[in-house]
Design a protein around this ligand. Structure first.
Ligand code: BES
Ligand code: MN
Ligand code: ZN
Length: 480
């Protein structure tokens, strides 16, 4: 991360731009030096996310930042407002804003949201170029008086950690597939684990074979690049419960012999976004003093066609002994997750959450801005929904409709790996549910929100890191 978040009592001399929060009614902060009528004449009404840049002859540029209805202020509004400020002040290195009078949101929550929004909007994938992509922002200063200083400092620190985690997930998913294969992400996981006090185990192809992970091996069969499974463990003192996170890490999904058309392959370097979110989440837990024990599984392999590739009609045997007949090699995510979920169950967690860019069907159902959530335990799904609201990473529940299970029936194996043409989120979830036993489990299908085409608020073009902040919030708030 290039920019840092600092806190101060008053606007520092070094500030190049100063954001001034303005509600849609009531008094305009005097520091702006403009009346509401004057602002309105420039088309600025204080609507949430609106900005008006006011260059000054001397001193820093002022930026009026709309926060909408002051009585209905939420962390979401503040996160968006901070992103709008950073984008409006995109030429400036040091951007300062006051959190002194933001009613209704406590200082720490407000500061975390502002830090996240500002940093996430400043994200650029550096790229592999002579002149890397950059942003001007080097420092975001959050100012508040004595009374709120402690809360603001705490929130700024938390927001820095969660934004850095999202940066990591974005970087991993934006990296081209030759630069980010299964071995690369496993190396990265070891590095993250060392830096953040996690236990880490990396399993290679032979070890996966010995463990009976037929899903991982089957998907990997067409690839010259070996698979990796990574288990990360975070163990706090006196844990308040144990959750397992399982991430789909298909490093490139060509579809295998059920080859995707060219247009369908271009984004498939990001088919490891679930594993990226799990790794990034794990790396943030210690800094945030998480009280929950968390085990993370990264299920990493390419899905490629070749003379040795998995064939249609083949039957794979997974870690838990169940089998699947392959009817489409492009439905590979569920095959690697099957082994991951089976292993997660063996650890005896209180809950399992998997996260995967699993189906185009989820994009059809919910569009690109929200993930699907399906589970066997409503209380767990509700916890995830609460974390979704807190982090503004939208999810929407779809049902685990048991009567659709017959769509997966096979004559030669325990199930087929695809259902019919309809209800793809439900049938893929039913497939996954075969591997979780009685453990409370929920599945996040992030195919839609894994990436955005262009900058949009705190989302920056490319991989979004979706699910990272949501899973961090979930882990922090989990209690048995
Ligand atoms: N990785 C894809 C799903 C995907 C598509 C994610 C587009 C993000 C953007 C997944 O492995 C896949 O190919 N799913 C198939 C399943 C089908 C064959 C049952 C799909 O959705 O078409
Ligand atoms: Mn696929
Ligand atoms: Zn895939």
């Amino acid at each position: 991360m290039t920019a840092i978040v600092t806190t101060a009592r008053t606007t520092p001399k070094s500030a190049n731009a100063v954001g001034v929060p303005v509600a849609n009614s009531g008094a305009v902060p005097r520091s702006l030096g403009l009346s509401r009528a004057a602002l309105a004449a420039h088309g600025f009404e204080g609507k949430a996310g609106q900005t008006l840049v006011l260059p000054a002859a001397t001193g820093p540029t002022q930026v009026a930042v709309g926060i909408g209805d002051a009585a209905a202020l939420t962390p979401q509004v503040l996160r968006n407002a901070a992103a709008a400020l950073v984008r409006a002040a995109s030429k400036h290195a040091v951007v300062s804003t006051s959190l002194a009078d933001l009613p209704g949101v406590d200082a720490a929550t407000a500061a975390q949201a502002v830090a996240e929004g500002g940093l996430l909007a400043a994200y650029r994938y550096a790229g592999i170029k002579k002149t890397p992509n950059t942003t001007a922002l080097t420092e975001l200063v959050l100012t508040a008086g004595e009374a709120r200083a402690k809360g603001v400092a705490t929130g700024a620190e938390r927001g820095t950690v969660t934004a850095a985690a999202a940066y990591l997930a974005r970087d991993l998913a934006n990296t081209p597939p030759a630069h980010m294969n299964a071995r690369h992400i496993a190396d990265k996981a070891v590095e993250v684990a060392k830096a953040t006090g996690l236990e880490v185990e990396v399993f290679n192809k032979d070890q996966l074979a010995a463990m009976g992970c037929g899903g991982m091996l089957g998907v990997n069969r067409g690839s010259t690049e070996p698979p990796r499974m990574v288990r990360l463990t975070y163990t706090p003192r006196n844990p308040q419960g144990h959750v397992a996170l399982v991430g789909k890490g298909v490093m490139f999904d060509s579809g295998g012999l059920s080859l995707k058309p060219s247009d369908g392959q271009i984004a498939m370097k990001m088919d490891m976004s679930g594993a990226a979110a799990v790794l990034a989440t794990m790396g943030a837990l210690k800094a945030l003093k998480c009280r929950t024990k968390v085990t993370g599984y990264l299920m990493c392999t390419d899905n490629m066609p070749s003379g040795s590739a998995l064939k249609l009609g083949d039957v794979l045997t997974f870690r838990n002994g169940k089998t699947a007949e392959i009817h489409n090699t492009d439905a590979e995510g569920r095959l690697v997750l099957a082994d991951g979920l089976s292993l997660a169950v063996e650890d005896g967690p209180d809950a399992i959450v998997d996260i995967a860019t699993l189906t185009g069907a989820c994009m059809v159902a919910l569009g690109m801005k929200m993930a699907g959530v399906v589970g066997n335990d409503q209380a767990l799904v509700d916890r995830l929904r609460a974390s979704s609201t807190a982090t503004d990473e939208s999810i929407w529940q779809l049902p685990l409709e048991k009567s659709y299970r017959k769509l997966l029936d096979s004559n030669v194996a325990d199930m087929r790996n695809i259902g019919g043409p309809y209800g793809g989120v439900i049938t893929s979830s039913l497939f996954l549910s075969e591997f979780v036993g009685d453990v409370p489990w929920a599945h996040l299908d992030i195919a839609g929100p894994m990436a955005v085409d262009g900058d949009d608020g705190w989302l920056s073009r490319g991989a979004t890191g979706f699910g990272t902040r949501l899973l961090i919030d979930f882990a922090l708030s989990f209690a048995k």
